[in-house]
Design a protein around this ligand. Structure first.
Ligand code: HEC
Ligand code: HEC
Length: 237
């Protein structure tokens, strides 16, 4: 009799276990990188290039285009950033929506900026893996285009500010520089060097309606600018 009761209980235990497992399966599936992307990210990001053909469309974008992630961003950076997102575009996707009149100059109205969703380490790893497979515009990037070298921060800044006028739109340290473009003091941590060369050579090839002017930079200047961005990202701001 005692034996039978034990047997009965162990059968119940099995049934409970099986039910628990079958209830759990959808939860496991919903946590694949692609499912996270579909459910939590695509309301703001596009992963299949649909290039805005008007300035209005560009400014209505809720988040950056991620369709070129695999040839644009550094994998390790994305994984870390998704767990601890910090601001990259000081005035959001379109500065016109987030600027208010300050005492002396215009200021960013940070109350209107979104707080980026945060992922756990596991989710970030899964999503990053999927994102890194996206390689839209691969034809624009030549592997090995960037040749490692160096430039002093002083010379680099002179070039970025005085000679090429880039500081008008980009911050080279928190609180110093223009607000309409992404900050560039972490650009080399975020972005692949060959992509940086390609984007600066011809911003409109990547973003036809970009407000960033094509300055027809010489190849040597493109290289020097990436040396500078790399030097900047070594600084700890
Ligand atoms: C509510 C809209 C929104 C949602 C939802 C959202 N994002 Fe973002 N995402 C943004 C905005 C806006 C930025 C730009 C942040 C900045 O410039 O500071 C951004 C930036 C990023 C970046 C950095 C790339 C870059 O160039 O700035 C990555 C990577 C990213 N998002 C991935 C994701 C992933 C993965 C998810 C889903 C888990 C997600 N985002 C969900 C709006 C969103
Ligand atoms: C009129 C404003 C403006 C000027 C001037 C400008 N940029 Fe930009 N830049 C932008 C904007 C806006 C973006 C974001 C991408 C886009 O919308 O085209 C950008 C993107 C970039 C990026 C990619 C950063 C990222 O996070 O994706 C780099 C690098 C860059 N610019 C470097 C430069 C350099 C170097 C110069 C000077 C030769 C320069 N920019 C001049 C507005 C500007």
């Amino acid at each position: 009799m005692i034996f039978h009761i034990a047997n009965f209980y162990s059968k119940c235990l099995w049934i409970v276990l099986i039910i628990a497992i079958s209830f759990n399966t959808p939860a496991i599936a919903a946590n694949s990188g692609k499912d996270i992307l579909d459910s939590k990210c695509l309301s703001c990001h596009t992963i299949s290039k649909k290039t805005p053909s008007t300035l209005k469309e560009l400014w209505e974008r809720k988040g950056p285009d991620l369709s070129s992630t695999g040839i644009k961003y550094k994998q390790e950076w994305i994984k870390q950033w998704l767990q601890k997102p910090v601001r990259i575009r000081p005035a959001g996707m379109f500065y016109g929506n987030h600027i208010k009149k300050g005492k002396k100059t215009d200021e960013v109205d940070s109350a209107t900026l979104i707080k980026h969703p945060k992922l756990t380490g596991e989710q970030a790893t899964l999503v990053t893996k999927v994102l890194m497979t996206l390689k839209q515009n691969q034809n624009l990037v030549k592997t090995g285009d960037y040749k490692p070298g160096s430039i002093s921060l002083t010379l680099g800044e002179m070039m970025f500010d005085k000679f090429k006028g880039c500081l008008a739109c980009h911050q080279i340290e928190p609180g110093y520089g223009g607000l309409s473009g992404p900050e560039v003091y972490t650009a080399a941590k975020r972005l692949q060097e060959d992509y940086l060369i390609s984007f600066m050579r011809d911003p409109q090839a990547w973003e036809p309606k970009s407000i960033m002017p094509n300055k027809h930079l010489k190849e040597t200047d493109l290289q020097k600018l990436v040396h500078y961005l790399r030097a900047l990202s070594q600084e700890n701001f």
